[in-house]
Write a protein that binds this ligand. Structure first.
Ligand SMILES: [Zn+2]
Ligand SMILES: [Zn+2]
Length: 122
């Protein structure tokens, strides 16, 4: 299920707690969070309390641009964090697969946020 590039895949979260599944859906590496993560997550959300793609303030998660399972040393680096809502976390942050990540997530998010904020009103 996970890793099949299905945007409706269950909410298996890359960053928080659970780790990441391989392309067959088995857990490959469980990433346990640093003890400093919960407070850093709260601090980040207090500063950037909206999805960088769509601007919503609901259902927010903190994404690591360089994922923790590949770059564990960047887990607590504030410059590695960005806020995304749950659906945009999977789509824009991980290209519809928690096992992957979007190297251009900041550029893509900026483009979408401009488009969405200037959308025609129906
Ligand atoms: Zn969003
Ligand atoms: Zn993420």
């Amino acid at each position: 299920m996970i890793g099949t590039y299905n945007c409706l895949a269950p909410q298996l979260v890359c960053d928080p707690v659970f780790g990441i599944a391989d392309l067959e859906g088995r857990f490959r590496s469980l990433v346990s969070r640093a003890s400093g993560w919960p407070s850093l997550e709260r601090l980040h959300l207090s500063k950037e309390g909206f999805c960088r793609v769509c601007g919503t303030t609901k259902n927010l998660q903190v994404h690591h641009r360089f994922p923790v399972h590949r770059w564990p040393e960047m887990e607590l680096d504030p410059s590695n964090l960005m806020t995304l809502c749950a659906p945009h976390h999977l789509l824009a942050g991980h290209l519809c697969s928690w096992a992957s990540w979007n190297e251009n997530v900041v550029r893509d998010a900026n483009r979408w946020l401009v488009k969405i904020r200037s959308r025609p009103s129906g």
